[in-house]
Write a protein of this length. Structure first.
Length: 263
């Protein structure tokens, strides 16, 4: 396990030859409590991830640029840069899943963390096994490479995509996991894409928050379901979608959300 500080955790150790994940997935744990950091790292390693462990925000950003993690477990209260700022900087160059850890159950802290692009959160104390269950749920979603592709050249090529879903000037390719607006690529996080893909798969259906939680985060997810509202807000901003007009994501009062027609 890469990183510094602390002793290994309680998860059973795998033989050295089998510790490298066959899928090449990488995880980064950013936690200033060294024992907890190493414990979480050992669970992730046992599940087949290459793990980097760091204990402060400044090293976290630099390490993420170097290792290009697929998932980041990020503590909110870090020395140097706090978790919110680390997440903000990560989102300028990484589409990794980010699970925010917080010792404070105050909803404001949670929503601040999510507002900069965290995909999920957990409040301490928590079970490492619950964290792993959430990470496993994330990676059970179908993926392409996880990297943005160049995509078709121009609006005509976008419109010619087989199997694409179109809503006015918005086009979603569920196979290549790309989204275009007016022929221009829209950079979505993995969770934002999954949310849009869920809504667009059944465009006439009004989804409750719970239904969206189960579809995107998994049926075992437990927490504040207003997590959905935060990610819908991100999605709307990136699509230039007015919440009142709801061209692409409509609010269904008393229920939740449904796909708009793009008009």
């Amino acid at each position: 396990m890469a990183g510094h500080g602390g002793e290994g955790g309680a998860a059973p150790a795998a033989p050295a030859a089998s510790r490298r994940p066959p899928s090449g997935l990488r995880a980064m744990v950013v936690e200033d409590e060294q024992k907890l950091a190493e414990l979480l790292g050992s669970y992730l390693e046992h599940d087949g991830f290459e793990v980097s462990v760091v204990h402060d925000g400044l090293h976290a950003v630099a390490t993420a640029r170097g290792v290009d993690p697929d998932v980041v477990v990020l503590d909110l209260g870090l020395p140097g840069l706090d978790g919110v700022e680390v997440c903000r900087q990560l989102r300028t160059f990484s589409d990794a899943y980010v699970v925010m850890l917080t010792a404070r159950s105050d909803e404001v802290d949670t929503l601040i963390g999510l507002s900069v692009g965290a995909d999920d959160y957990m409040t301490k104390p928590f079970s490492p096994r619950e964290l792993m269950a959430r990470v496993q749920t994330m990676f059970r979603r179908p993926r392409a490479t996880g990297k943005p592709s160049a995509g078709p050249a121009g609006p005509n090529a976008v419109n010619a995509l087989e199997g694409a879903r179109r809503f006015g000037t918005l086009t979603l390719d569920p196979v290549g996991r790309d989204v275009w607006l007016d022929g221009e690529t829209v950079a979505l996080t993995r969770t934002e894409f999954d949310l849009l893909a869920t809504l667009s798969e059944h465009p006439r259906m009004a989804f409750s928050r719970r239904q969206l939680i189960e579809a995107v985060w998994g049926p075992s997810w437990v927490g504040d379901e207003h997590l959905v509202d935060v990610h819908v807000g991100h999605l709307r901003r990136k699509l230039g979608d007015d919440p009142v007009e709801g061209r692409f994501v409509r609010t269904v009062r008393g229920v939740g959300y449904r796909m708009g027609a793009g008009q």
